[in-house]
Design a protein around this ligand. Structure first.
Ligand SMILES: [Zn+2]
Length: 180
């Protein structure tokens, strides 16, 4: 990401909500108390590179890679990126929203470039296909747990929670040893 001005925050970082392309559920920002948000997300690009996210923060970043940054870098060379008047995240948002289109020459004709969208998957095994993830810009995240009548499952046993709980146990052991 360059230091050029960005309008990234027009997307309300913290509540950027996508949906899985291979599973009928939104990708909710991780919240310890809401097990419905405890899903591992795999972001896969057209070269089948994978980024793994265990605790999505609603910021369009998966496994350390910003979705929109990746979308820009999928289509523009470093030389073209240097010439942009915005940063790569903002450019990716414009591409995603269709506010900017890319063109190339094919047999002497100018044609629109078909974008290759990174996928957001619950399964990591299939090869990449060009499936644009649905993005919901309606704002605040609502978790299914908030719906009336929802019965909360008790302790989540996803890998992330188990690891988190182990970590907490170790920490409290350490603290109690220190206070002895
Ligand atoms: Zn969990």
């Amino acid at each position: 990401m360059s230091t050029k001005q960005t309008n990234y925050y027009r997307l309300n970082v913290g509540t950027i909500k996508f949906a899985f392309v291979d599973y009928p559920a939104p990708i909710l920002a991780y919240n310890k108390a809401k097990p419905s948000s405890h899903k591992v997300v795999f972001m896969k690009d057209h070269r089948n590179r994978i980024w793994t996210e265990h605790a999505y923060k609603g910021d369009a970043v998966f496994g350390g890679m910003n979705y929109f940054d990746l979308l820009t870098r999928t289509h523009l060379s470093e030389a073209r990126i240097q010439k942009l008047d915005c940063d790569t995240v903002e450019m990716g948002i414009k591409l995603f929203l269709g506010e900017t289109k890319l063109y190339c020459k094919k047999n002497g004709e100018t044609v629109e470039v078909e974008l290759k969208y990174p996928e957001l998957c619950i399964e990591d095994e299939r090869l990449w296909r060009n499936r644009k993830p649905y993005m919901d810009l309606s704002g605040a995240t609502t978790y299914p747990e908030s719906a009336p009548g929802y019965i909360c499952s008790c302790e989540c046993e996803c890998d992330y929670c188990l690891e988190y709980n182990d970590e907490m146990d170790r920490l409290s052991d350490t603290l109690s040893e220190m206070s002895m």
